[in-house]
Design a protein. Structure first.
Length: 504
C-alpha cells in the first residue's frame, strides 16, 4: 500500500513546502518513508532536505555561507569550476579553521578542464596545476656518511619525474625510457653524468629489449664495501674497451704496492698481426714485470713469454715442476737450445750443420770401455753384453771347423788409412770463406781402420752396421775381434801337437 502527501505552511517568518511518500510492504511487513522539504526563512536563510528512510541529504544557504551535507556529493562542471576565497578571515573565524574533508567510502570525484592547487611558502610548497605536479623544500640529509642541506624540488610533468637539487646544480629524470641526469639521456655535448636506459637493443644480437647503463664523460663504477659483486649470464659475459687496456687489480687493500693485470693488444699494422698480451706488474708507470703474448693467427698457435717491455728475449723465464711438449725449438736468432747451460747440453746447429754437444759429458771421464750406441734412427742407447739382456743364445756354427773356416777370413781384411770426408769438406769451406763455420776445431789427419764394405765382402755381414734403407754405415769394431778366437784356438791346438812331437 502506498500513500502520498503534500503540505504548504506559511506564516510571517517563513514558507515551508513538504511532500511525502509512505509505502507498506505487507509480505515483508516493512514501511518505506521518503520526505522532501524546502524551508525559506527570512532569518535563517534557505534550507533544503531530502530524507529517504533516515538517509538525509541537506543544502543550507544562510549568513554562514553554503553548506552541503550528505552521504554522496557530486559536483560536475561542464566547462569551468572555480573556488575563490578573497579573504579567509572574513569567511572563517580565527578558531574555526577548516583543514579537512570528511568523505564517505565512495570518495570524491573532481572532473574539470582546469585545476590549480598550491600550498606552502617559497621554500617549502606543493603545487598542482593541470598536468603538472611539483613539490619543493629545503631538506637536511645524510648520504654515504656526509651531511648536507639542499634545496630540492620534485616535478611530475610530460611523462617524466624530475628530482632537482638546486644547491648541487643537478637533476635526475625518470621516464619510460630510463633514468638519467638529463631529460634526453645525453645533455648538452653529451654532458650527462649517467643514464640507465630501458628497452635498449644496442648490444642485443637477437633484437631483444635490454638495459644499458652509460656515462658520457664520467666513470661508471660498481662497488660493494663488504661483499661480492657477481656477473652471471646464460650466454657470454663480455668486458670490452674501445681504446685502452682492461685492468684487473686483486687485493688492493691487503697487499702492498700496485698489483695489476693488464689485457692489451700489440701495435700492429693489420688486424691479422694484432696479437694479445696479458701483463702483470706493480709499477705505477705501467712498466710490468712479465707477461704472455698470444698470436692471433689461427694457424700459428703461438704463446710467448715477454718481459716488462713486451719483448721476448733471453731474460724471460718459465718455471714449472713438469712440462709436456711435442717439440722444443730454438728461438729465432739463437743457434742452440741449452739444457741447464750451454756446456751441459746444447742442441742446435752451427754453420756446418746440425749439432748436439755437451762439454760436461766430454769432461766426465771413466776407465771403463765405451758402451754408447746410436741407432740409424738417431736413438741413443747403452750397448750391453750380459746374458740377462739376451734370448735364444746359440753358436754361430755348430761345427768348429766351419766356424774356423768362416773366422779365418778376418785375416784377409786390409788395414786402411783415410781422411774424414766431413772434416775435410768443412775445412775446405772454412778456407774458402775465410771464417770459422763449425764450433768444433778440426785437425786434418789420417785415420786408420777398416772399410765396412770390405768387411761385408769377406762375409762378416753380422759386424756391418746398416741404416733403415739397407745402406752400409759402419763396423761393429768392438765385436769383430771375436773371430780371432777360433783362429787362436786352431793355432793353440797345432802348437800343443808340435810340442808333443818335440817332447817325444
Amino acid at each position: 500500500m502506498t500513500r502520498y502527501g503534500s503540505q504548504i505552511i506559511q506564516n510571517g517568518k517563513e514558507i515551508k513546502l513538504r511532500t511525502t511518500k509512505e509505502e507498506f510492504n505487507a509480505s515483508k511487513r516493512t514501511l518505506s518513508r521518503v520526505l522532501a522539504d524546502i524551508t525559506v526563512n527570512a532569518m535563517k536563510g534557505i534550507y533544503l532536505r531530502y530524507d529517504e528512510n533516515g538517509a538525509i541529504t541537506s543544502h543550507t544557504i544562510d549568513k554562514d555561507g553554503v553548506k552541503i551535507s550528505g552521504d554522496k556529493v557530486d559536483i560536475t562542471a561542464n566547462r569551468e569550476f572555480n573556488v575563490v576565497a578573497n579573504n579567509i578571515n572574513n569567511k572563517v573565524g580565527k578558531n574555526d579553521i577548516v583543514n579537512s574533508l570528511n568523505l564517505s567510502n565512495e570518495g570524491l570525484d573532481i572532473n574539470v578542464n582546469r585545476i590549480g592547487i598550491k600550498g606552502g611558502n617559497a621554500n617549502c610548497y606543493v603545487q598542482v596545476q593541470n598536468d603538472f605536479i611539483e613539490l619543493g623544500g629545503i631538506v637536511q640529509r645524510t648520504w654515504k656518511g656526509k651531511r648536507s642541506t639542499d634545496d630540492i624540488f620534485t616535478r611530475l610533468k610530460d611523462g617524466h619525474l624530475r628530482f632537482r637539487n638546486n644547491t648541487a646544480g643537478g637533476s635526475l629524470y625518470m621516464s619510460h625510457f630510463g633514468i638519467s641526469t638529463y631529460i634526453d639521456g645525453e645533455g648538452e655535448d653529451g654532458g650527462s653524468s649517467g643514464t640507465i636506459q630501458w628497452w635498449d637493443k644496442t648490444y642485443s644480437d637477437s633484437g631483444m629489449n635490454g638495459i644499458t647503463i652509460n656515462s658520457y664523460g664520467g666513470v661508471v663504477a660498481l662497488t660493494s664495501d663488504y661483499n661480492r659483486i657477481i656477473i652471471d649470464s646464460y650466454a657470454s659475459a663480455n668486458i670490452e674497451s674501445r681504446e685502452a687496456p682492461i685492468y684487473l687489480s686483486p687485493n688492493t687493500k691487503n697487499k702492498p704496492g700496485l698489483n695489476r693485470f693488464a689485457f692489451t693488444l700489440s701495435n700492429a699494422d693489420s688486424a691479422y698481426e694484432t696479437d694479445g698480451y696479458i701483463m702483470f706488474g706493480s709499477d705505477e708507470n705501467y712498466k710490468y714485470g712479465a707477461g704472455l703474448r698470444f698470436s692471433k693467427r689461427s694457424n700459428k698457435g703461438l704463446v710467448q713469454v715477454v718481459n716488462g717491455d713486451y719483448a721476448t728475449g733471453g731474460d724471460t723465464t718459465i718455471e714449472s715442476g713438469m712440462g709436456k711438449f711435442n717439440l722444443v725449438k730454438r728461438r729465432d736468432g739463437n743457434s742452440y737450445v741449452s739444457i741447464q747451460s750451454y756446456d751441459l747440453l746444447a742442441v742446435g746447429s752451427d754453420n756446418a750443420g746440425d749439432r748436439v754437444a755437451s762439454n760436461s759429458i766430454y769432461k766426465r771421464t771413466y776407465s771403463a770401455p765405451a758402451n754408447l750406441h746410436i741407432t740409424s734412427a738417431g736413438t741413443i742407447g747403452r750397448a750391453t753384453s750380459a746374458k740377462k739382456y739376451k734370448i735364444s743364445i746359440e753358436n754361430q756354427y755348430i761345427n768348429e771347423d766351419d766356424q774356423f773356416s768362416h773366422s779365418k777370413e778376418i785375416l784377409k781384411l786390409p788395414i786402411r788409412t783415410w781422411f774424414d770426408k766431413y772434416e775435410s769438406e768443412i775445412m775446405a769451406k772454412e778456407l774458402e770463406s775465410g771464417k770459422k763455420l763449425s764450433d768444433d776445431t778440426f785437425k786434418l789427419s789420417r785415420h786408420t781402420g777398416l772399410i765396412a764394405e770390405e768387411v761385408e765382402e769377406l762375409g762378416f755381414n753380422e759386424f756391418v752396421i746398416y741404416d733403415d734403407n739397407g745402406e752400409i754405415e759402419g763396423i761393429a769394431y768392438d765385436r769383430l775381434w771375436v773371430h780371432l778366437i777360433p783362429i787362436i784356438k786352431n793355432q793353440q791346438s797345432k802348437i800343443e801337437k808340435l810340442e808333443e812331437l818335440i817332447n817325444e
